[in-house]
Design a protein around this ligand. Structure first.
Ligand code: URA
Length: 218
């Protein structure tokens, strides 16, 4: 039986990569078809010495245009939650499992609506994330939402059941999953949004405590 060729970005990873050389190489990535509809590759952002890495699903509309992760509404909400637990965005590394925006036009063809990436697209993009992890070596890895959690922790991982829990993983000394900030933006009313934000902040507070602990141990 003939096997299908699995294309990934693996061959594009530069030798002895740094975040700079990775970002440059990722700008030309065509490992899956999303480069055709996205404006540009949105690579991760932050210090190579960051102790915390947050991984989301994929850039959104604003991120696609700006070329930076988490700068749209979900990013603003993440910034607010980080501020509430006393973690400066500048000390974290932010990235996504997929580095191009996947979208479909809305009914009027005016807005670009986010579309969940396929397994093959996540898989094609994975070498970039693995390389980011290898360069940054975060002490704490936080998966934001089911796409990131299932890509990194296994396809059966349930964020609703295991959010805020420390998970055994070889990816970093401390690994946790929580909800994606965009799920809070979709809350049906003000009260449920307030409650969801409270739970999100409680999860991030654990991250802040781990960060504090890892700084003391260093
Ligand atoms: N959602 C994500 O998962 N990542 C971003 O960068 C923005 C929104």
């Amino acid at each position: 039986m003939k096997r299908a060729t699995i294309i990934t970005a693996a061959a594009l990873i530069p030798p002895h990569p740094s975040l700079q050389t990775l970002r440059k190489a990722a700008a030309n990535c065509r490992a899956c078809d999303l480069w055709k509809s996205g404006t540009q590759t949105v690579f991760g952002e932050g210090s190579p010495q960051a102790r915390v890495m947050f991984v989301g699903e994929q850039p959104g509309d604003r991120e696609d245009l700006a070329g930076r992760p988490f700068v749209g509404p979900a990013g603003k909400l993440l910034d607010q939650a980080l501020a509430q637990v006393g973690v400066d965005r500048n000390v974290v590394y932010l990235t996504n499992v997929v580095k191009h925006f996947k979208w479909v036009p809305d009914a009027r063809g005016k807005r670009r609506i986010h579309k969940k990436p396929r397994y093959s697209e996540i898989n094609a993009c994975r070498p970039w994330l693995d390389a980011e992890l290898a360069v940054v070596k975060p002490q704490i890895l936080v998966c934001l939402g089911a796409t990131a959690a299932q890509a990194l922790l296994g396809k059966d991982f349930s964020v609703s059941r295991r959010r805020g829990e420390l998970v055994e993983s070889g990816l970093a000394p401390y690994v946790m999953a929580t909800v994606h900030p965009s799920s809070i933006l979709r809350a049906i009313d003000h009260e449920s949004r307030r409650l969801q934000m409270e739970s999100f902040v409680a999860d991030l507070r654990k991250v802040a405590q781990l960060l504090h602990k890892s700084r003391k141990a260093a």
